[in-house]
Design a protein around this ligand. Structure first.
Ligand SMILES: C[S@@+](CC[C@H](N)C(=O)[O-])C[C@H]1O[C@@H](n2cnc3c(N)ncnc32)[C@H](O)[C@@H]1O
Length: 274
């Protein structure tokens, strides 16, 4: 039964108010993140009860009060039920310990992570820039057979969880974690990579030169960006031009992999270095 249906049938909430209640929310382990508009804030207790009825394992409900922002890409939240915000998320046979109030993590990228780990060939050396708590790096290490996966992350709290998650998933032999700014850390890494991920759609465009430094002929670069639907057809050309001052590469694949705002999506653009 949907959240709206529970609110309508069990709590007799009228249609006008129901239409302001968001249909969807994100479940991160046993923490729920929901956007409750001001005009239906007075229904928060009923909304929490309806969520708990459907998802009995939920321990904490967070209301999103500010958009994902800043270098660390973390939103602001108000606790409307429970209190413990640290949780464990299961994804593709891996477990990720994290606190969504301190680090970025999106359940919605799980399909994209699967697409990527299925592309990784045995022995590949993979670089994950903007690695967060490690979901791309660790799902690759667990589900493919890379030679090495290197993750670089700026937010100290995300790095702390990333290191814990490497241990939790027993991938210490394959995954190496570096704390710091990609611009500082990546140039110092030894050698080149077969695959480079840039999963930071708001600022990846500022790091094309850094990625190019570590790519070689035959490498793949997975570049993430936000774009409006009207920009979609120009995206391959735009991304090739972004990299062209540094490296010769061509776009081999583009797809939407999430929403950002009405008519604005997250896109992944795969480039092959020539
Ligand atoms: C959109 S999040 C993606 C995190 C992770 N890849 C995931 O999918 O969950 C972008 C991440 O890049 C990190 N970040 C932002 N600028 C950075 C930089 N210059 N160097 C390294 N990490 C950076 C942020 O702290 C954040 O964790």
């Amino acid at each position: 039964m949907s959240l709206r249906k529970i609110l309508r049938e069990k709590y007799s909430i009228g249609e006008k108010e129901l239409s302001a209640v968001r249909r969807s929310f994100e479940i991160i382990g046993n923490v729920v993140v929901i956007d409750i508009p001001d005009e239906v804030y007075h229904l928060k207790d009923e909304i929490v009860k309806a969520i708990l009825e459907k998802h009995k394992h939920v321990k904490t409900v967070l209301r999103k009060v500010g958009e994902v922002s800043g270098d660390y890409r973390v939103a602001s939240y108000e606790v409307i039920y429970g209190g413990e915000t640290e949780t464990v998320v299961k994804e593709h046979g891996c477990r990720f310990l994290l606190d969504p109030t301190k680090v970025y993590y999106s359940v919605k990228l799980s399909g994209e992570r699967e697409r990527i780990f299925r592309l990784v060939k045995p022995g590949e050396r993979v670089l994950v820039m903007f690695a967060g708590v490690g979901p791309f790096a660790i799902t690759i290490a667990k589900n493919a057979e890379p030679g090495e996966v290197v993750g670089v992350e700026l937010n100290p709290k995300a790095v702390e969880y990333f290191r814990k998650n490497v241990k939790l998933n027993r991938v210490e032999d394959v995954v190496k974690v570096y704390e710091g700014d990609v611009r500082e850390v990546v140039p110092k890494l030894e050698g080149k990579f077969d695959r480079i991920l840039m999963p930071s759609p708001n600022n990846a465009q500022d790091f094309a030169d850094v990625a190019a430094l570590k790519a070689k002929k035959g490498s793949y670069i997975h570049y993430y960006t936000f774009a409006g639907v009207e920009e979609e057809k120009d995206l391959p050309g735009r991304v090739e031009s972004l990299f062209s001052p540094y490296i010769k590469c061509r776009v081999v694949f583009v797809r939407r992999c999430g929403n950002f705002a009405p008519y604005v999506h997250r896109y992944v653009v795969d480039l092959l270095v020539e």
